[in-house]
Write a protein that binds this ligand. Structure first.
Ligand code: ADP
Ligand code: ADP
Length: 228
């Protein structure tokens, strides 16, 4: 579903962020990218939706070389969740969630029905929360809206960059579990960036363990932990 072939990125200032990345992510697989700050995780992830362009190698999504796909069209097939959720402050929760279907030209009623369905799926009653504004939500609730919004147009691929990083440990664990339950139903192909090895182990079907600018190990959680 996602394939990296010898991908490298050197930023204009000469910083080599990543080098020689080659790996595959299968359809419906959740791969966590884990490692210390600055090791190249976010660079890796944002090359998949072409927020950043690689300087060598190529990336395929659903068999297609993404350098040949219009970035705007590509991003409609790829949901994206970041730590600072980036909800539109002057739009209601329902309208935030309906953003991508609306951009795709869905009829308003259908887009809003879809948004309500997704809010339900992430555990937010649309009747209670749909008309609220982001500032009226807790941190955990905002992250849930971020996930709902990313999934609203049913993209096959989901990118998540420290999606649970901004909330306290108790809420974080709850969100992790909720997301795993959700993923068991929706089966997206997911790349999830975290600096937290426990999160990587708990969430990942496989884990990419980063050293500086490269992947040191790419394996199942038990293999990474060295347990049978
Ligand atoms: P991580 O997500 O693991 O924290 P990043 O992918 O953000 O790592 O960064 C990898 C390396 O690339 C770091 O050394 C970082 O300082 C550098 N880097 C990231 N973005 C830029 C940029 N726009 N220009 C120059 N260097 C950058
Ligand atoms: P969560 O576990 O989802 O992060 P919190 O413990 O942070 O929830 O918040 C508990 C409750 O307080 C939530 O149900 C939320 O609706 C409410 N709440 C939090 N912040 C606000 C706010 N700024 N305005 C209105 N309600 C809020």
């Amino acid at each position: 579903m996602i394939r990296f072939e010898e991908v490298g990125k050197v930023y204009p200032d000469g910083t080599t962020a990543v080098d020689g990345l080659s790996f595959d992510v299968a359809e419906g697989e959740l791969v966590t990218l884990v490692g210390p700050s600055g090791c190249g995780k976010t660079t890796t992830m944002t090359m998949v939706n072409r927020l950043i362009e690689p300087t060598s190698g190529r990336i395929l999504v659903e068999g297609e070389d993404i350098s040949r796909v219009d970035p705007v069209r590509l991003r409609r097939r790829i949901g994206y969740v970041i730590q600072q959720v980036g909800l539109f402050p002057h739009r209601t929760v329902l309208d935030n969630t309906a953003t991508v279907p609306t951009l795709l030209g869905w009829k308003k009623r259908r887009a809003r029905a879809r948004a309500a369905e997704l809010l339900d799926l992430v555990g937010l009653d649309p009747k209670t929360f749909g008309d609220r504004y982001p500032e009226q939500l807790s941190g955990g609730q905002r992250q849930r809206v971020g996930v709902a919004r990313a999934l609203a147009a049913d993209p096959p691929v989901l990118l998540m960059d420290e999606p649970f990083g901004a909330v306290d440990p108790v809420v974080r664990e709850r969100l992790q579990n909720e997301f795993l339950n959700l993923q068991a139903t929706v089966r997206k192909t997911v790349l999830l960036v975290t600096h937290d090895i426990e999160e990587a182990v708990r969430m990942g079907d496989r884990i990419a363990v980063y050293g500086h600018g490269h992947i040191e190990q790419f394996d199942t959680p038990s293999a990474v932990l060295g347990t049978p």
